[in-house]
Design a protein around this ligand. Structure first.
Ligand code: SF4
Length: 385
């Protein structure tokens, strides 16, 4: 398994403390998005479709640390956009580590090799490189040729320097199980410490809407891949029960508050994948969000979601509640044959709301106001000089 024991114990102890304190909802992974700007434009991405004034915004080091402390989650996943475009990224990573966090730095790796000197290996730091498959598959997924080769070169360089390296692999409906199995063999031979898998989320703003998986197809695909994995030494970074869920053996409900998201708009409601509003503080996010109106079976936009940012927290919490079940899943591996667990009925779900344009307009107005205040603040200073 690709999650170091010390990190498993750290996260398990945190969950036990929350349970002993009687907390009903608590975060496990802070999804920190300090910028939306990216140096790729992947067809399946719904994260970067913003006007320039928003893409140019950054969360400062201070704002990032405030979010880390306010949230209190034991793990911080730094995503984006492309985090390595943020000038303060090494300082942000160091700041999270200094606060005792497990840090996952997600990157498409285009800038990684050039920037390796700016980071220091640490047992709690993982460089999580986006690789959706072999050369042909990955270059298709990121809509640019040559990206796979550069990412693999950076991956090898990072391994050689002693960094802990994972790959972050998102699957779409054109993934072929046999090819994916060969790809997992390849990255295992390269020495990656963990393979993180997830189906893609059907972002409403993604340019390519034709390749997202539905739930049934997701489960069949993962069963077909996992069935090929026995004895091949793949080390997954996902929890054993999340993998079992992907293979259709667990009827989990999503836990959107498990991976709260802080980005340039604020605290995103309800989850990393959909932005239906923004809270000013983490506390307001937790207390004022109508959590029951989201999740598969409750909301149309959640119908096909089986993404790790919604369901990994459910699986991890289940593992802490029933350690014997998690241990059995870890020893046996995901079950790849036999009946699947019952699916969540969709009849009662509320229809999707489309709020993107309203949020962008509001964010643009706020950005103009912020820039105006900055100009006003700077004016007397310039006059004095
Ligand atoms: S199912 Fe959960 S994680 Fe997935 S989109 Fe809905 S609220 Fe977000």
């Amino acid at each position: 398994m690709g999650i170091p024991l010390a990190q498993q114990l750290r996260i398990g102890a945190y969950i036990l403390r929350q349970r002993l304190a009687g907390r009903k909802r608590y975060p496990l992974v802070l999804m920190l998005e300090p910028l939306f700007r990216c140096n790729l434009a992947c067809a399946g991405c719904g994260k970067i479709d913003y006007p320039d004034p928003i893409l140019n915004r950054r969360l400062s080091f201070e704002e990032c640390m405030e979010a880390v402390e306010e949230c209190g989650a034991p793990v911080v996943a730094i995503a984006g956009g492309e985090p390595l475009l943020h000038k303060e990224m090494p300082r942000i990573v160091e700041g999270c580590l200094a606060r005792g966090k497990v840090v996952i730095l997600c990157t498409n790796a285009l800038l990684l090799e050039k920037q390796l000197d700016r980071f220091t290996p640490h047992p709690r730091l993982t460089l999580d490189i986006h690789l959706d498959g072999d050369r042909e598959q990955h270059d298709w997924a990121v809509s640019q040729k040559g990206v796979y080769d550069r990412a693999v070169q950076a991956l090898k360089a990072a391994r050689a320097r002693g960094f802990r390296v994972a790959i972050n692999c998102t699957l779409f409906n054109n993934a072929d199980p046999e090819r994916m199995a060969r790809f997992f063999d390849d990255v295992t031979a390269m020495g990656v410490d963990a393979i993180m898998v997830s189906p893609g989320y059907a972002y409403e703003r993604a340019p390519d809407q034709a390749h997202f998986l539905n739930r049934r197809r997701t489960k069949e695909l993962f069963r077909a891949i996992f069935a090929r994995g026995r004895g091949r030494g793949w080390r997954f970074g996902n929890s054993p029960l999340f993998l079992d869920f992907l293979a259709g053996n667990q009827s989990y409900r999503c836990t959107p508050w498990g991976n709260p998201t802080r980005n340039v708009f604020g605290w995103q409601r309800p989850c990393y994948l959909i932005g239906e509003g923004y809270a000013r503080s983490f506390r307001a996010l937790m207390e004022e969000t109508d959590w029951d109106s989201y999740g598969t079976g409750n909301y149309e936009k959640c119908a096909d979601c089986m993404v790790h940012s919604g369901y990994e927290a459910t699986a991890v919490m289940d593992a802490v509640k029933r350690p014997w079940k998690a241990l059995w899943a870890a020893l046996r591996g995901p079950r790849t044959a036999g009946p699947m667990a019952p699916e969540i009925p969709l009849e009662g779900q509320r229809p999707a709301e489309y709020v993107f344009s309203r949020h962008v307009e509001q964010a643009l107005a706020e950005e103009q106001e912020r820039q105006k205040r900055e100009r006003e603040r700077a004016a007397p200073q310039i006059a004095a000089e």
